[in-house]
Design a protein around this ligand. Structure first.
Ligand SMILES: *Cc1c(COP(=O)(O)O)cnc(C)c1O
Length: 360
C-alpha cells in the first residue's frame, strides 16, 4: 500500500453548496470563484462539476483562465484582479474573458489598445477595503469613460468587503452605503457579495454574487449561522496511523519535546506532515479524528508525520483511518487551533497528497 495521505473531494457537495448560494437570491447570478486552483481543490475538476450550471467562473489571473479555456470550459471567466499588464488585453478579448478594472491606469491602457472583440468590464470601487479599486470620487467619471470606449461591452459595478465575515460589524454597512450612494442611478448590474456577504447580508445579494469559500463547504463565520451551517464539506484530508507506542509519563514526544506526557500515553504516528500542507503551527490539542473518534494532536508537526493521543481511542491500530479535516471535523474548527482560516488550510495542501474525486 502506498502512503495514505489523501484529499477526497466530494463533487456533489460542491454542487450542493453552489446551489445553496444560488437559492439565496434566485434572480441573481453567481460567479463560482475557483481561483488558486479552486482553493486547492483542483480548478479544472471543479469547473467541470459546474459547467452546466455556473453562471460564470472567477479566477485571479490570466494563467488560471487560460488553463480553464484549454480544458474546454466555455462559460464566462472573470479575472478578479483584471490585467496586470496591457499585453494581456488581446488574450482577454480573444478568450472572451470578463475583466475587473480597478484603477484609472488600467482604463488608460484599455483606451490605448485595439481589440478584436469588446470586453466585459467589472469596474471595482474601493469602498473601504483599501486594497484595490477606483476611489469613490473618481468612480462615476471612470464609469462614464468606460461606457464611451469601443473596447468595452457591458460594465458591471463591483466592490469587495473587508469585514463581511464579522456579522454586525458597522464597516460592512458603511461600505455598502458608500457604494450605493455613488452608484444608485447608474444603469448597470452590481456585484458586491463574497461568501460572507452572500450568506450574512440579504441586501448584499445583487445581480451577481461571488461565492468562494462557501462553495468548498467552510463557513466564513466564527459562530454558528443558520445558512452557513447547511454547507457541506467538500475536502476530507485523511491518512492512516503508521506506528503506535506507549510513552511513559514525563517523556516528550516529537521535535523539541514540545509535548510532555503527563500520564502513560498511547501515541499514534500519522502519515501527514507540514510538507503535505498540514500546518506546522497546529497547537497541542488540535482535534483529529481517529477511527471515527475525536482525539488530539500532541507534539510538533514534522515534515512527513504528526503524532496523536490514542490513549482514549478504542480499537486504534496501525492502518486506522485518520481524518485531519472533512466530513466529521470542520476545517474552520481546525483552523482556529492553527491561528488561521480554512482558506489557507485548503490552498496549502500540496501535490504530494493524492487527490481523489467522488460523486462526480
Ligand atoms: C476571492 C474573492 C471572492 C471570494 O471570496 P470568499 O471569501 O472566498 O467568498 C470574491 N470576490 C473577490 C474580488 C475575490 O477576490
Amino acid at each position: 500500500m502506498a502512503r495514505a495521505a489523501t484529499a477526497t473531494i466530494n463533487i456533489e457537495a460542491f454542487r450542493h453548496n453552489y446551489r445553496l448560494a444560488k437559492s439565496l437570491a434566485r434572480s441573481a447570478k453567481a460567479v463560482a470563484i475557483i481561483k488558486a486552483d479552486a482553493y486547492g481543490h483542483g480548478a479544472i475538476k471543479m469547473a467541470y462539476a459546474l459547467e452546466n450550471e455556473a453562471d460564470a467562473f472567477g479566477v485571479a489571473c490570466i494563467e488560471e483562465a487560460v488553463e480553464l479555456r484549454e480544458a474546454g470550459i466555455q462559460k464566462p471567466i472573470l479575472l478578479l484582479e483584471g490585467f496586470f499588464s496591457a499585453d494581456e488585453l488581446q488574450t482577454i478579448s480573444e478568450l472572451n474573458l470578463w475583466c475587473a478594472v480597478h484603477s484609472l491606469e488600467q482604463i488608460d491602457a484599455l483606451a490605448n489598445t485595439k481589440l478584436i472583440n469588446p470586453i466585459h468590464v467589472w469596474l471595482k470601487m474601493d469602498s473601504g477595503m483599501h486594497r484595490l479599486g477606483v476611489m469613490p470620487k473618481e468612480y462615476r467619471s471612470a464609469f462614464a469613460r468606460l461606457n464611451q470606449l469601443e473596447q468595452v461591452a457591458e460594465v458591471v459595478l463591483m466592490t469587495h468587503f473587508a469585514n463581511a465575515d464579522n456579522i454586525g460589524c458597522p464597516i460592512t454597512a458603511q461600505q455598502m452605503q458608500c457604494f450605493d450612494e455613488v452608484t444608485h442611478d447608474l444603469n448597470a448590474p452590481i456585484s458586491i457579495a463574497n461568501s460572507a456577504a452572500t450568506l450574512g447580508y440579504e441586501n448584499a445579494r445583487r445581480q451577481f454574487q461571488r461565492p468562494g469559500i462557501m462553495l468548498y463547504g467552510a463557513t466564513p463565520f466564527s459562530n454558528p449561522h443558520p445558512i452557513a451551517d447547511q454547507l457541506q464539506p467538500v475536502m476530507s484530508l485523511t491518512s492512516e496511523i503508521i506506528a503506535i507506542r506507549e510513552v511513559p509519563a514525563g517523556e516528550g514526544v516529537g521535535y523539541s519535546h514540545r509535548y510532555v506526557c503527563n500520564q502513560p500515553t498511547l501515541v499514534g504516528t500519522v502519515a501527514m506532515g507540514y510538507a503535505d500542507g498540514y500546518p506546522r503551527h497546529a497547537k497541542d490539542g488540535t482535534p483529529v479524528m481517529v477511527n471515527g473518534q475525536r482525539t488530539a494532536l500532541i507534539g510538533r508537526v514534522s515534515m512527513d508525520m504528526l503524532t496523536v493521543d490514542l490513549t482514549q481511542v478504542t480499537g486504534a491500530q496501525v492502518g486506522s483511518k485518520v481524518e485531519l479535516w472533512g466530513d466529521s471535523l470542520a476545517a474552520a474548527e481546525v483552523a482556529t487551533y492553527c491561528d488561521t482560516i480554512p482558506y489557507t488550510l485548503f490552498t496549502g495542501v500540496t501535490r504530494r497528497v493524492h487527490k481523489r474525486y467522488i460523486n462526480e
